[in-house]
Design a protein around this ligand. Structure first.
Ligand SMILES: Cc1cc2nc3c(=O)[nH]c(=O)nc-3n(C[C@H](O)[C@H](O)[C@H](O)COP(=O)(O)OP(=O)(O)OC[C@H]3O[C@@H](n4cnc5c(N)ncnc54)[C@H](O)[C@@H]3O)c2cc1C
Length: 328
């Protein structure tokens, strides 16, 4: 299926968001399977260095749209610029992370071009020439398969954590190409005066490289301290299944799963977590999963790279001591 795949990369404070790296990595694999060219699209003000960095890391062509009015995001400017890019580049797919920005501008952009938008996808299946995206509905209980209909481009946003940011490959065609798309006055009707950082918890789980997660198997808030101790010994973030946050053992911001956060750390250690589907959807794309559970038939073992069938109260103290030894 010849053609082109574009991936929009979002950035903040001079850094590409991890969800955009996930989209680039997924886009590379998809474009390869579809035998398509992949280009990354970057919008902003002083983004020359960032574009070079992206191009070097993924070895792909980066299209930059530099405009003084794009120092901060506005839906009007993004819609205008991206609709022009879509018309000039005529991609087959236009991928992006499912971020607040994408939720804001992508439906408007797709509607403006009379095209479809498939939001918050977690997978893609290719059968002969048929491309089908998968998105979850009803809190992750049902997987919906969405086929492509009508003329391309098809706009698709990807769920945070559904794909792995560490799987971005270094291809052989790094290049930065500057496109000039002037913004007409009617697009400049909104001006961002200030950006407030939302109050955040101590831990940003989406960026954590190691997460130690505990479940109901820990038994109580007091015993959950073992999870905190292992996390501290490994310099890791702390995650939890829903019963833990429902029970007030940890604040809600630590919950991982369909009604919590989606994470893709390099290492995820699940302790006393059964592996209900609502939990798995939030962590199953971690690079390496270690599960500790006393039940050998616990579903968590089906996604684990390493499994320890055992009692967390026996295994965790040993791991904590080992971690302390190693980090001495
Ligand atoms: C709409 C909806 C949304 C939901 N969203 C989420 C979500 O975002 N995140 C989430 O996690 N859940 C979510 N849930 C809940 C989910 O269905 C499960 O109930 C939950 O994940 C189970 O948590 P758990 O694995 O900690 O507990 P359990 O299922 O009770 O499992 C405890 C596990 O600990 C093991 N265990 C017990 N004692 C020990 C021991 N001493 N040593 C080792 N292992 C031991 C047991 O063998 C068992 O496997 C949601 C449910 C619904 C209906």
């Amino acid at each position: 299926m010849p053609g082109k795949t574009l991936v929009l990369a979002e950035h903040r404070a001079g850094k590409i968001k991890s969800i955009s790296w996930e989209a680039i990595g997924f886009g590379q694999k998809l474009a390869e399977r579809l035998n398509q060219e992949l280009k990354v699209v970057l919008i902003g003000k002083a983004i020359g260095d960032l574009a070079e960095e992206v191009s070097r890391r993924c070895g792909q062509e980066v299209l930059t749209l530099v405009n003084d009015h794009c120092e901060t995001y506005t839906p009007e400017a993004y819609c205008h610029i991206l609709s022009q890019v879509a018309q000039q580049e005529t991609p087959f797919l236009f991928l992006m992370g499912h971020t607040y920005q994408a939720i804001d501008f992508a439906p408007k952009l797709a509607t403006r071009l009379g095209r479809g938008f498939i939001p918050n996808c977690v997978d893609c299946q290719i059968d002969a020439d048929r491309v089908v995206f998968v998105r979850q509905v009803f809190n992750g209980k049902i997987n919906l398969q969405v086929g492509l209909k009508g003329e391309p481009p098809y706009f698709v946003s990807l769920q945070q954590g559904a794909f792995n940011a560490y799987e971005v490959q270094s291809r052989q065609s790094p290049r930065v190409v500057n496109l000039t798309i002037p913004l007409p006055d009617e697009v400049l009707k909104r001006k961002v005066l200030e950006i407030f950082q939302a109050a955040q918890g101590k831990v940003d789980l989406s960026q954590a490289e190691i997460i130690i997660a505990g479940g109901r198997g820990l038994g109580s808030k007091e015993k959950f301290q073992l999870i905190l101790d292992l996390a501290e010994a490994l310099g890791a973030a702390v995650g939890a299944s829903r019963p833990v946050t429902d029970g007030g053992w940890l604040p809600k911001e630590h919950q991982i799963g369909s009604s919590g956060q989606t994470v893709t750390p390099k290492l995820y250690i699940a302790c006393g977590i059964s592996g209900a589907i609502q939990h798995l959807v939030g962590m199953m794309n971690s690079s390496c999963i270690v599960a500790i559970n006393k039940d050998p038939n616990a579903p968590i073992f089906s996604v684990a790279d390493y499994g320890i069938v055992g009692d967390v109260f026996k295994v965790l103290p040993v791991l904590i001591e080992l971690a302390k030894e190693i980090r001495k």
